[in-house]
Design a protein around this ligand. Sequence first.
Ligand SMILES: Nc1ncnc2c1ncn2[C@@H]1O[C@H](COP(=O)(O)OP(=O)(O)OP(=O)(O)O)[C@@H](O)[C@H]1O
Length: 278
Amino acid sequence: MPDVPADVGCAADDELTPAVLETRALDVAIGGSRILADVDLRVDAGEFVALLGANGSGKSTLVRTLVGIQSPSAGRALLFGVDVTQRSRVPWTRLGYVPQRSTAASGVPATALEVVVAGLLAHGRLRPPRGARARAREALDRVGLADRAHRSVGEMSGGQQQRVLIARALARRPELLVLDEPLAGVDRPSQDAFTTTMAQLRDEGTTVLVVLHEIEAFVPFISRAVVLRHGRVVHDGAPPRPAPGHRGVGHEHTHAHATEAAAAAVPGALHVEPWSTT
Ligand SMILES: Nc1ncnc2c1ncn2[C@@H]1O[C@H](COP(=O)(O)OP(=O)(O)OP(=O)(O)O)[C@@H](O)[C@H]1O
């Protein structure tokens, strides 16, 4: 009998190709609190999945676990069939990751172009690969920052820095793009440019997992929405439709419009507010 690598055996038994991203009975505890509980999730190649939920529901924790930053207390997390419980095993060459509300400024003076090129450095290498600057310029163009390529990121606004980090992830031309609230602090015209880029990525076959609070702009190309509540998956299916009067950017989502049970029972006719806090 041929040897079967341990990781391959972790993919779904009935699948020849492992999922791009998969969790199995994933639990995460931090400081004695159970933050994620029994999370089963599978995202296949070419899917565009939105991760939704109220503040504190565990979205960032799930994403951080998937990219090997947070260790699970039980269960499995796999990227391309590889167990990423150990950070050293995260397949970074196939992955683009934009963390939540981070800064592109490292304290070292660097231009936007340099930050994006740095994202293309292979592990342990100091020289970027051939064509890196052209790829970085193209990525900055995609986020509407082509004209600021030579500006210092330390002098950029928070929203512009966020766009630089998105460009850094895009420049890698990843098979899987994981974005944690990429539009936080980004102005409306830039949001529109970003959603156009997302539509292009979907057409190119990139697999995307994106944490969002406002999904309206993404509904045309979201293939699935996963909703977390208190660290558990309470919906995995069609994207919820925002209720009328709840589309405004400043709307405070503080009340539920349907139960998760109703949402789960009729996923095609959702009227649930997954980000509600009650
Ligand atoms: N390092 C940490 N130490 C202690 N508690 C943590 C830590 N990281 C996350 N938590 C807790 O885990 C829970 C989930 O946090 P997480 O950031 O994953 O939620 P979220 O759904 O991404 O929220 P938001 O929408 O506000 O970004 C919260 O109650 C948070 O306080």
